[in-house]
Design a binder for this molecule. Structure first.
Ligand code: ADP
Length: 632
């Protein structure tokens, strides 16, 4: 720093790094220039916090003083002024704080600069740009400041045009605090507008706990223009609810805050609020809504989380803060260790953000567990609204899979209707003595599942089957192979082992049936050889003539259909047809001649395929075959 040794007024050149930073900022943050207001308000708010802190030792400092920030502007002078009645700066502090960059890590920052504008503007996101952001919109900045413990005539006036140097001089100021006066560049006059300033303040600084004030404006009929009155009004909510102590907040306040902040007519279903201290400080206030938003089903739906840093709004829809399968959650994360102008790119790489994300995920899961255990009705509401989204977590979050699997709810043959309320824990607690596995069936609707022929033996033996009919179920099940050491078994797969449930007498009968049907089965297989891998005598059918099963690792007809509908061309392996030779249709079939036998075999296969959620390649052939027998 070179000093001009005139005692009152000095002209001092900026530290080299400040010059670089100024240059970089003016060029790279230009598209985001309104952030200057947020940065200056944040500094003003810090200054008030510091005075409040001083007043702990010296309570007279706050006598008759309401800490606040006042923003004024003058169209004539082309200025915006941000005033606070906080701690203020003395001469040394102004030179030090507004002329150098003292923060650690800054050297690092400069060593990383490449000269490539694009890359450098990403880099700048890691560092607080703070006070210097004033020069994005101003070509002259004056800071009039009086520290709380200096005389009225020892206040200072700091001035710079943001190029190479600044000047500092003594001046008079009646009360302690700081006025930052921006002389806007000629083409930045859009900011000389009360509506615009209010809008920016509400967007970024609404929840700063201090009141931010402006002079009221009124329409003057005579002058036919908006005039500024001499009455101050508060323009922010000044209520960072999340920063307050939990015990000081009523349920009504939480609900109000939720509704106004997230524009929801409904009350939230539940919320969780935590201040985390220690190495990493942050606050979470997370709400589970009652109703889903219309666009929640889009996989690229943005999150509903707002990121704040020390009550200053940073960004919406920050998808780094919760996993996708919790995208229904709305809330606020206040991460006090981040710089104010953190970029999305930097967020992605931040370990601190990762820690917050993991912790928020666990908080939401705990909240859901609490509702599931203690408020069954509410949990059903939640499940109906968001259950399908939560299911994505089974495949996406390995660490929380067990906890998430306990939160799943299913329709089941144990319930009277299609509502999904059976948990895996309920299921396991009702398992039969000789039952080792959890049985389920997937289909494209509840009706298709409950009427599926595969269920017949389970109904007869009174064994519960989970009925899965959400589109995501097949995908989810590929990640959920067991629960509490019990395998989840599809009852539509060929390797289903029912031996535990079938008594000796039935086993003998089954064997006799297989022996006596050999020829018959061989004939069916011949007819259907290009459609099926095998034809077998079934032990799972009671009332139906036949059903389709697939190999352990093969896609079910239902899944094949889902994939086809999604525009894919899935690998297809031929299924197995299981038949019930004692069924009247099959008994009748045995009496038919070659042609009719063929037709009937095809009818049986086609209807089994339809029941299993598949589609027929040739529907007209199916109808023709059926009509033939109807006429007959
Ligand atoms: P940061 O706020 O990240 O430290 P800034 O560049 O925004 O960086 O500000 C530099 C320093 O200048 C602040 O740390 C503070 O000490 C001082 N300062 C800025 N604005 C004010 C203000 N309104 N009142 C008192 N001190 C201020």
């Amino acid at each position: 720093m070179t000093k001009n040794n005139n005692l009152a007024k000095e002209t001092i050149s900026f530290q080299t790094e400040v010059k670089q930073l100024l240059h970089l900022m003016i060029h790279s943050l230009y598209s985001n220039k309104e952030i200057f207001l947020r940065e200056l308000i944040s500094n003003a708010s810090d200054a008030c916090d510091k005075l409040r802190f001083e007043s702990i030792e010296n309570s007279s400092l706050l006598n008759n003083k309401d800490l606040s920030i006042i923003i004024t502007y003058s169209k004539e002078k082309g200025t915006i002024t941000i005033s606070d009645n906080g701690i203020g700066l003395n001469r040394e502090e102004a030179i030090e704080n507004l002329g150098t960059i003292a923060r650690s890590g800054t050297k690092d920052f400069f060593s990383k600069l490449t000269g490539d504008k694009q890359k450098d503007s990403n880099l700048i996101g890691q560092f607080g740009v703070g006070f210097y952001s004033a020069f994005i919109v101003a070509d002259q900045v004056s800071v009039i400041s009086r520290k709380f413990n200096v005389e009225e005539n020892q206040a200072i006036c700091w001035e710079s045009n943001g190029e190479g140097e600044f000047s500092i001089n003594y001046t008079n100021k009646k009360s302690s605090g700081t006025d930052v006066i921006l002389h806007l560049k000629a083409d930045e006059n859009e900011f000389l507008n009360g509506w615009k300033i209010r809008d920016i303040v509400r967007r970024f600084s609404n929840h700063i706990s201090l009141p931010i004030k402006m002079f009221k404006e009124e329409w003057n009929e005579e002058k036919k223009e908006q005039i500024i009155t001499d009455q101050l009004e508060i323009i922010n909510i000044a209520n960072a609810l999340w920063a307050r102590n939990k015990t000081d907040i009523t349920n009504e306040q939480y609900i109000d805050f939720y509704k106004t902040t997230f524009n929801d007519f409904n009350d939230p279903l539940a919320w969780t609020h935590n201040h985390v201290e220690g190495n990493h400080e942050y606050t979470q206030l997370l709400f589970i809504p009652k109703k889903s938003q219309f666009d929640l089903w889009e996989r690229d739906h943005k999150s509903n989380l707002k990121l704040y840093v020390k009550k200053v709004f940073i960004m919406d829809d920050s998808d780094q803060l919760l996993p996708n399968f919790l995208r229904f959650v709305k809330g606020i994360i206040d991460a006090s260790d981040l710089p104010l102008n953190i970029s999305r790119e930097i967020l992605q790489e931040s370990r601190y953000i990762k820690i917050i994300k993991d912790s928020s995920t666990k908080r939401v899961i705990s909240l859901l567990e609490d509702i599931a255990n203690n408020k069954h009705e509410d949990y059903l509401l939640f499940w109906n609204e968001f259950g399908q989204i939560l299911k994505e977590g089974i495949g996406e979050d390995f660490n929380n899979k067990l906890r998430l699997s306990k939160l799943l709810r299913f329709a089941s043959t144990n319930s009277q209707d299609n509502s999904q309320k059976v948990s895996l824990i309920d299921y396991v607690s009702r398992m039969k003595e000789n039952q080792n596995d959890i049985y389920y069936i997937t289909a494209d609707s509840y009706e298709a599942a409950i009427n599926s022929p595969h269920i017949e033996i389970f109904r007869k033996k009174n064994i519960e089957v989970l009925l899965l009919s959400d589109r995501i179920d097949e995908w989810m099940l590929s990640y959920l192979q067991d629960f509490q050491e019990k395998k989840l078994i599809s009852i539509a797969k060929s390797d289903l082992d029912l031996s535990n449930f079938i008594d000796e007498k039935d086993k003998v009968e089954q064997k006799e049936l297989i022996d006596s049907s050999k020829e018959f089965i061989k004939n069916i297989k011949e007819v259907l050889s290009d459609k099926v891998k095998d034809v077998l005598v079934s032990n799972r059918l009671v009332d139906s003539p036949a059903c389709i099963v697939v190999g352990k690792n093969d896609l079910s007809p239902h899944m094949i259909q889902i994939l086809k509908n999604a525009g894919q061309n899935p690998n297809f392996t031929k299924p197995i047809l299981e038949v019930n030779p004692k069924h009247p249709i099959l008994e009748y079939m045995k009496t038919l001649g070659d042609n009719e036998f063929k037709e009937m075999a095809n009818i049986i296969f086609d209807q089994s395929l339809l029941l299993a959620g598949g589609q027929l390649p040739d529907f007209s052939e199916f109808i023709k075959n059926i009509n033939h027998f109807i006429v007959k």
